[in-house]
Design a protein around this ligand. Structure first.
Ligand code: FE2
Length: 418
């Protein structure tokens, strides 16, 4: 299969890109003006100068909860804590059936695929003790492995120390094949429980040789400082590249002096950050009068300091966030707004936040990128560069995973009458 006349993100000029048996076999720059004379029949896709790039990466979503908004009721306060209690009601009032969880999750994956996502890291609540969610997502991960790549996180929604048998839940989840160990230290009953939960998950991750992805300081309390403990544990054990701190909303409330010290630790530990700007600008700042805080971590400052940060959706129509269609460009737009990242330079490489940076979070760089010999995983967007694609929220016209087309879209054509 051959793609003709595409731009490639990060390179000048136009290219032909070929792939066979799921692997890129050639990438050839075209002589200026030669693209019109090319044969465009047979197994050829005419990109018409559009941008080809590695797929989008969804580093943080809860596929066990997607598409449950309004069941048994909507989150009326819009707070994180009402979201958690509404999910608790869902778990205790709805019949939890593996096939139903899989069908909802698969519907969300179809949405994500439409918007160019091929790599997904999903949390799964392991304080839901029937473990139907874990069973469903592990089955789906296996069934979908040729179409999309899914990583699962054992996520203790209600805590590890603050629930009965919390450690046993985590151990059971990891023994079922989950890819990452999660935690939620700011939601534990005490600071001491929070610290202990972090120490525990490093032991568990090392035992199973798995990655770490923690819901960390997802609140507006400037005293919520579990990130420093997470980063220090990662630094001590050389686990930084395999560790993600998600949300880190409290950093938006830390004083600058403390943050300066913290950034040095983050740099030395090498850990990754994940922000969910749509979800957190909605959930946080709820207890503030005016002025209201944004409740989103320091996206720009982290990025400028060379600390890897990727953006994720967190939710698609669930108890925490009532809307969303799987479109990471929408999340990116929100992140750039709340992060004060609409300067010209930021716009030139903004797609990093939903692509290459996410690939680092997921530790998938060995099979991610447009290079001969790598797996033919790519998307083509109806635009020419980051700035234009962000501005027009350009659709993904082609999505190819391991050489297989998983989604196509014809861009809408408007007819304006003047
Ligand atoms: Fe989350």
């Amino acid at each position: 299969m051959k793609i003709v006349g595409c731009r490639i993100r990060g390179r000048e000029g136009l290219y032909n890109v070929s792939y066979e048996n799921g692997v890129f076999t050639s990438i050839t720059e075209l002589e200026p003006g030669s693209e019109e004379k090319q044969m465009k029949t047979g197994d050829v896709y005419d990109a018409k100068g559009r941008l080809l790039m590695p797929p989008f990466v969804e580093p943080h979503i809860h596929l066990d909860c997607v598409l449950t908004a309004g069941i048994p009721h909507y989150n009326m306060s819009g707070t994180l804590f009402e979201g958690i209690s509404t999910w608790q009601e869902y778990k205790t009032t709805q019949p939890l059936v593996v096939s139903e969880i899989k069908e909802r999750a698969k519907e969300a994956l179809r949405l994500l695929a439409e918007y160019g996502v091929q790599f997904v890291r999903t949390h799964v609540d392991v304080t839901e003790t029937s473990f139907k969610g874990v069973e469903a997502l592990e089955e789906l991960k296996e069934e979908m492995k040729d179409i999309m790549e899914i990583q699962t996180i054992a996520f203790p929604q209600n805590g590890i120390l603050s629930v009965r048998d919390g450690k046993a839940n985590m151990e059971r989840a990891m023994s079922m094949g989950m890819d990452c160990v999660g935690a939620i230290p700011h939601y534990e009953f005490t600071r001491e429980y929070g610290i202990e939960s972090l120490k525990y998950i490093f032991e568990l991750a090392e035992k199973y040789d798995k990655m770490i992805d923690v819901h960390c300081d997802e609140m507006d309390d400037e005293q919520s400082r579990f990130l420093e403990t997470l980063a220090t544990l990662a630094w001590e054990r050389g686990y930084g590249k395999r560790t993600v701190a998600a949300h880190t909303c409290a950093m938006g409330s830390y004083n600058d002096s403390y943050c300066t010290k913290l950034f040095r630790l983050l740099q030395e530990s090498g850990i990754n950050i994940n922000a969910c700007p749509c979800a957190n600008v909605h959930l946080q700042g709820r207890i503030d009068k005016y002025p209201k805080r944004r409740g989103v971590t320091r996206i720009k400052e982290l990025s400028d300091a060379g600390i890897n940060i990727a953006l994720g959706q967190d939710s698609i129509a669930d108890p925490w966030y009532p809307i969303g269609v799987g479109n990471l460009l929408r999340v990116l737009e929100m992140g750039l707004h709340v992060g004060h990242m609409m300067g010209y330079e930021d716009l030139q490489h903004c797609l990093d936040l939903i692509s290459t940076n996410g690939a680092k979070n997921l530790c998938i760089e060995d099979h991610y990128g447009i290079e001969v010999g790598k797996k033919a995983n790519f998307i083509i967007l109806d635009g020419k560069d980051d700035y234009e694609i962000l501005r027009f929220q350009s659709p993904v016209v082609l999505s190819v995973h391991n050489g297989m087309t998983i989604a196509e879209k014809e861009p809408a054509v408007a007819s304006v009458k003047f």
